[in-house]
Design a protein around this ligand. Sequence first.
Ligand code: SAM
Length: 249
Amino acid sequence: MTEQTPVPATVSFGFADVTPEEKTARVGQVFTRVAQRYDLMNDLMSAGMHRAWKDRFVRLVRPRPGEPILDLAGGTGDIAFRLARKGARVTVADINPDMLKVGQARARRRGLTDLEFVEANAEALPFADAAFAAVTIAFGIRNVTHIERALAQAHRVLQWGGRFFCLEFSTTEWPGFASLYDLYAMEVVPRLGAMVARDRDSYRYLVESIRRFPDMASFRTMIEAAGFKRVVVTPILGGAVAIHRGWKI
Ligand code: SAM
């Protein structure tokens, strides 16, 4: 599948178009810069709401004790910890060693010793075929350079009957809320980033990358193109955030 995917000349990095290599490098720099303040900024930017979205996401996953679950782009561990507390055997994969380091330290502080942390690109996973019962990815897929490759890899590492779950920002379909949300995202978030993390540019990228990400219907089509069946979309706040899920059957 990977070989057949045509390589585009440019991809989006926020509102800029850059080469695929440059996007991967620049996304790496963003997360290295924000790693230490990442969790605090999530709370500030979403007024704590990201916690409820993540709880809801993990409720949909319905992790079972002992089942192997891969949390892709797992970052500082928010999804992985929720899955592990339900008894799942969780592997966190992330391309960025600085985010992983913060995640490992948080896991130790929480006494969660059974998680495995692996530095890996979602586009080329170092796991065997059919290794996992579920694959999750939260607020990660829009940062991946070739999204279709990451979806194909998620499909490959899932067992037959396995489930795929993606939590990501999308496009709200509530008209009044859309303009308010836009104003907040474009004006307030970069300022918050400048004040709290002293890094306006990284937070500008995060907001711009949300704008460039495919809408709910288009992303659903991409998930289906990767081979997933019975794909269901659950919008939150009219689609400002969305959960896409599908089956490998
Ligand atoms: N899942 C976590 C959460 O919900 O809080 C972290 C999300 S954070 C916004 C995005 C993460 O995606 C970062 O940790 C970044 O390093 C990771 N990432 C970006 N590109 C990636 C890739 N190609 N493969 C794996 N991880 C990637």
